[in-house]
Design a protein around this ligand. Structure first.
Ligand code: CO8
Length: 258
């Protein structure tokens, strides 16, 4: 596999692991890291041998935001022309389920990266925030939009306008975090959840992430129509026949596509 400078990459069974690895900058997301994450995530997404992806950081930081030192001297035009956003948009559109395993700081772009994932598992040490207002800017990788959908408009405004951090317990209460676990168990737990997901039929996983994503941006009526179509389409897969036959025969399903 390709060598990467800013991330560590591993495959364990059907789970692809991406570990952000810029310890000198608390895993700040620079352009290189974006390209590397997107490159490997796209490869995992195209590989039928991978049924789930885990993205994690270090004990100290999932990611402390976009790289401020890299951005500092840019113009607005630079941000657009150098496409500082496009890679992350591709990451957010992955069809393979992605789990963010967050310990320590998930701030700014780090919090936004976690919100691009399907499930957020947090260590009890995790701290989430959108501190961009302290830098004279606002969230730029989806924070103002995904956070509102995740925690509601008032909690989101509290975080975006004050720039304060919230701990794992508050993040779980607010609905941002799927589960909180002791820091020492984070990777084991993330691996277990990822393996549980990766054992399912890939077409149903891809269908599920597509309709869940659609729920974030469509009306209820439109979302229900989409769900019905996608639900019906899965009845043309071998895995649906196998899954339902296995239920009737009281045995574990042997999905072909996994
Ligand atoms: N960018 C660059 N370097 C960083 C960043 C960052 N976001 N965060 C930390 N670092 C560096 C520090 O500069 C320091 O480096 P050095 O030792 O060379 O001085 C090293 O990491 C360790 O950091 P600290 O010494 O500051 O560690 P502390 O434990 O004292 O503090 C904090 C930890 C509280 C996390 C602190 O580092 C901090 O406040 N970091 C910045 C958090 C922040 O403001 N994040 C938002 C950034 S803006 C953003 O994310 C916008 C996203 C949209 C961009 C869209 C285009 C890509």
């Amino acid at each position: 596999m390709t060598e990467y400078d800013t991330i560590l990459v591993d495959t364990r069974g059907r789970v692809g692991w991406i570990t952000l690895n810029r310890p000198e900058a608390l895993n700040a997301l620079n352009g290189r890291l974006m390209h590397e994450v997107v490159d490997v995530a796209t490869r995992f997404d195209a590989d039928p041998g991978i049924g789930a992806i885990v993205v994690t950081g270090s004990d100290r930081a999932f990611a402390a935001g976009a790289d401020i030192k890299e951005m500092e001297d840019k113009t607005g035009l630079d941000m657009v022309m150098e496409d500082h956003f496009g890679g992350w948009a591709r990451f957010a559109a992955l069809r393979t389920p992605v789990i963010a395993a967050v310990a320590g700081y998930a701030l700014g772009g780090g919090c936004e990266l976690a919100m691009m994932c399907d499930i957020i598992l947090a260590a009890d040490t995790a701290r989430f925030g959108q501190p961009e207002v302290n830098l004279g800017v606002i969230p730029g990788m989806g924070g103002s939009q995904r956070l509102v959908r995740a925690v509601g408009p008032y909690k989101a405004a509290d975080l975006v306008l004050t720039g304060r951090m919230m701990d794992a317990a508050e993040a779980e209460r607010s609905g941002l975090v799927s589960r909180v676990v002791p820091a020492g168990d984070l990777l084991t737990e993330a691996g277990a959840v990822a393996e549980q997901i990766a054992a399912k039929s890939l077409p149903s996983l891809y269908a599920a992430t597509a309709v869940l994503d659609a729920a974030q941006e469509t009306t209820l009526a439109e979302g229900l129509r989409l769900e019905r179509h996608v639900f019906a389409s899965l009845f043309d897969t071998e895995d649906q026949k196998e899954g339902m036959a296995a239920f009737r025969e009281k045995r574990a399903a042997e999905f072909r596509h996994r």
